[in-house]
Design a protein around this ligand. Structure first.
Ligand code: EPU
Length: 306
């Protein structure tokens, strides 16, 4: 049965698209609930959802979408994304099955869907602590690269040696760190919607203590309730969390979405929050912080319209 919702494709074209997708080695699902693929646990369904351990499948899916002019969205561990309650009207391409960590001397090569915690387990096993600044970040390595994830003292872009990406025509390209346009929670990869296949990172011997960083996070961040991590970027010279707290918004809620009392830059899904609740809360926070301090908070998470 073909899904009803393939909004932008009709009749014969939609069935050709679906049957070519189904011919891939990976798993294709129709009307897949996106809430199960995000850490904040909200979102409607994706018309099509593909996950595969074969880079060639992902490349073919990108080419198919380009050929049919069909919208697609790249998804890692879903830790920094807010889907709409209406879901996504196209193909979600997930890298969750593209896994593997390979040591190469003083470098490590890791496939995009590898979760950061298992990457850290692997590099710590060979006595290298230099990636431990990523401890406690829940994403996949591909998502971390796109967002240039990190802590105030260091971001992942600073240890990138080389990245293999798929461009918009499904061709594999190799990029050096200098080609990636890394800046605070930004990269060319995110801006140009490039799909990360793998990344080679430098292990430079920096002695980050994983347990200490995790303990600091547990003490200051609400890690046991569903969230998408920090919602806003820190404006230059300010802490978004402190501004939200000083605007009196800690604990403020809309429906089942609530500003964390532990760290005000986290919005929690207390169970059953809708995407609309969270978006409303985001708007209220931005307005209140702007009114109080004349500072416009910029989103760190990606909000996807359905
Ligand atoms: N603060 C408050 N109230 C709050 C939260 C923070 O007053 O509700 C104050 C803190 O006391 C501190 C300052 O604000 O003096 C900065 O807070 P914190 O050390 O918690 O760091 P942050 O700037 O809020 C950043 C990253 C986090 C990362 C921590 C690691 C951003 C937007 N956030 O948070 O990243 O975990 O540093 O220390 O860059 C994420 O990207 O999802 C994320 C959570």
């Amino acid at each position: 049965m073909l899904p009803e919702g393939g909004a932008l494709l009709r009749g014969v074209e939609r069935s050709a698209f679906a049957s070519r997708l189904s011919a891939l080695y990976g798993e294709v699902r129709f009307e897949e609930p996106l809430a199960c693929h995000t850490t904040i646990g909200v979102g409607g369904t994706a018309v099509f959802f593909l996950s595969s351990e074969h880079p060639a499948d992902l490349a073919e899916a990108v080419r198919l979408c380009a050929h049919h002019g069909y919208p697609y969205l790249l998804l890692g561990a879903g830790s920094n994304i807010l889907f709409s309650d209406r879901g996504y009207p196209g193909l979600v391409i997930s890298t969750e099955r593209l896994r593997g960590v390979f040591h190469e001397g003083d470098r490590v090569r890791v496939f995009a869907g590898e979760p950061l915690p298992t990457l850290l387990d692997a590099v710590n096993r060979v006595q290298t602590r230099s990636l431990n600044f990523l401890a406690g970040i829940p994403g996949s390595i591909g998502g971390a690269i796109a967002m240039n994830a990190g802590i105030p003292a260091r971001a992942i872009g600073e240890v990138v040696d080389e990245i293999a990406v798929l461009d918009l025509s499904g061709q594999v390209k190799r990029l050096r760190a200098a080609d990636c346009g890394f800046s605070y929670r930004k990269s060319r990869i995110l801006e140009e919607r490039l799909l990360v296949l793998w990344v080679r990172l430098r292990l430079d011997g920096a002695p980050y203590d994983r347990e200490e960083i995790l303990a600091h996070r547990r003490a200051h961040q609400p890690l046991c309730t569903c969230s998408a991590g920090c919602v806003f970027k820190n404006p230059p010279g300010f802490s978004a969390g402190r501004l939200i707290e000083e605007a009196g918004l800690k604990g403020f809620s809309v429906g089942m979405a609530k500003v964390s009392e532990k760290h005000a830059n986290f919005i929690l899904n207390l169970g059953g929050a809708t995407s609309a609740d969270i978006r409303k809360l985001i708007d209220i926070v931005r307005q209140k912080v702007y009114k109080s301090f004349r500072v416009l908070l910029e989103l760190e998470i990606e909000v996807i319209d359905g």
